[in-house]
Design a protein around this ligand. Structure first.
Ligand code: VGL
Length: 196
């Protein structure tokens, strides 16, 4: 059992537990990514038992997007819509709705908002509206990767007025520079995120 106080006003948000990040053969495989799947599944079971809803995000890119280094961005091609890399890790327990991001070529770091990499315009993925329609006030964020999509999702959740908890044992970092994941967690704590 975790010490996360799940109840119906809490939602578990499972960020990007997709093959390209979580599988060792993924194109942007996160070290320790596969190891969080069991921990996430345990939290999913706790959330369901307590009446919390579980929502999943998926990075869902077109094959050509300025997000990818092949088109001027910084990332290897990953999570292309409809491919194996974009599918959830086969061991992930999926029991709730899925919100996709990056679908129109935007930078899709946050589960809440997408940003056009050319114009900078931001728009909602629909996640905040979905959670608010269920009277959710507190989001518990887990998944991949600590220093990108978990970080961006947690910061947006704070800005949107949610209470936010990130479960350390259920996240893993890209760590482009060693320590990026730990620095992201420190930044989140400073921004008001509880670390469990
Ligand atoms: C992510 C890098 C690029 C993530 C997504 O899911 O954290 N990281 N795109």
């Amino acid at each position: 059992m975790s010490d996360v106080p799940f109840d119906p006003a809490v939602a578990l948000v499972v960020v990007d537990v997709q093959n390209d990040f979580a599988d060792p053969n993924g194109s942007l495989s996160v070290s320790g990514g596969e190891a969080v799947v069991d921990t996430v599944n345990g939290l999913v079971a706790e959330a369901v038992a307590a009446g919390s809803q579980v929502v999943y995000t998926q990075d869902w890119h077109p094959p050509i997007t300025p997000h990818f280094e092949t088109d001027g961005g910084i990332w290897p091609v990953h999570c292309v819509a409809g491919t194996w890399g974009a599918e959830f890790h086969q061991a992930l327990r999926v029991v709730g709705k899925t919100v996709r991001k990056g679908t129109a070529g935007e930078d899709g770091y946050s589960g809440f908002t997408m940003r056009d990499p050319v114009t900078g315009a931001e728009h909602s993925t629909g996640l905040a509206e979905l959670l608010r329609s269920q009277d959710v006030t507190h989001v518990v964020i887990v998944g991949l990767a600590t220093d990108y999509c978990v970080r961006a999702t947690a910061l947006d959740a704070i800005d949107l007025g949610f209470r936010v908890t990130v479960v350390r044992a259920a996240v893993a970092a890209v760590d482009v520079s060693p320590g990026d994941g730990e620095r992201a967690l420190t930044e989140l704590a400073t921004a008001g995120v509880s670390l469990a």
